[in-house]
Design a protein around this ligand. Structure first.
Ligand code: ARG
Length: 275
């Protein structure tokens, strides 16, 4: 696969729904509406295309409702993908589907060693040449170290302490090699300190907007796409020279996901400087 433009993997929400509860946002008694979910996903897809992204599609599979969250398919590094090893059995069926897609697309696929849970770009994000990696709730700290060793890159493990922010991409979003959005209370003290030490420009989000998944944004160059209801973050980003675009994603928040979770940059995030 060659990339002339930012290229993003998405999966239509044909079989999306709240079928199990593996994070505190999910409740089977609070179902998503298939029509609204479809419309919100379509609007996100269109918006990303207007921002010059090319969208590749993963075929949805019945019985795998969270397959829509392609950020968890794996971590992309050049023409390789470190496939996820999901902590919860309910999502483990996604990995063979992801593997098939990546192989057909020409990626080299790498499987995690047994028992090393790893949830892909949900928990591992480059900011510059450093891999920032969230652990404890989903990914295993040793898994993150293993992945970083394979890439010969520096990894900064960040302990996640709030079950509502169970993946790193729910509370941290690199904008460029030197800037990132974050929600401080989702991290332990050491992780907050490490972030401040390694990233020169950190933009904190307020609790109310963190709950709207402000940190779960898609960055394409100087454009940032996020859920509605994050006016403070939008203002902060505008001031830093970013154009912001909001689109309603409430149907996906019911599963604990938003814009970023619904996407995977196949050509690597703009904030990444690969070793
Ligand atoms: N229901 C899914 C889960 O709990 C949501 C995943 C959201 N993805 C993400 N990258 N944060 O695993």
């Amino acid at each position: 696969m060659s990339f002339e433009t930012p290229t993003i993997l998405m999966c239509p929400p044909d079989f999306y729904g709240i079928e199990y509860e593996i994070n505190p946002w999910m409740s089977r008694s609070q179902q998503s509406d298939p029509k609204f979910a479809q419309a919100q996903w379509e609007a996100l897809n269109q918006l990303l295309q207007t921002l010059n992204a090319r969208i590749e599609l993963l075929t949805p599979v019945k019985g795998l409702p969270d397959l829509v969250f392609t950020a968890n398919a794996g971590l992309i590094w050049k023409n390789r993908v470190f496939l996820s090893l999901f902590r919860h059995e309910a999502r483990q069926g996604e990995t063979p589907v992801d593997r098939d897609w990546f192989e057909a697309a020409g990626f080299e696929t790498i499987e995690m060693p047994e028992g090393l849970f790893f949830e892909g770009a949900g928990d591992a994000l480059f900011c510059g040449d450093t891999l920032f990696a969230g652990y404890l709730i989903r990914s295993h700290v040793r898994a993150l170290q293993w992945v970083a060793e394979q890439m010969h890159c520096r990894v900064i493990p960040l302990q996640l302490v709030d079950e509502f922010y169970y993946h790193l991409d729910t509370c941290f979003c690199p904008l460029s090699a030197t800037e990132a959005i974050y929600y401080p209370p989702a991290f332990d003290d050491y992780a907050q300190h490490a972030l401040k030490e390694h990233i020169p420009h950190l933009i904190p989000v307020v609790e109310k907007e963190a709950q709207r998944f402000a940190c779960n944004a898609v960055v394409i160059g100087k454009s940032v796409v996020m859920n509605t209801g994050c006016p403070q973050l939008e203002a902060d980003l505008n001031q830093r020279g970013y154009a912001t675009h909001s689109t309603p994603l409430d149907e996906f928040i019911k599963a604990g996901g938003s814009a970023k979770c619904l996407t995977l940059r196949l050509d690597g995030e703009g904030a990444a400087v690969w070793p």
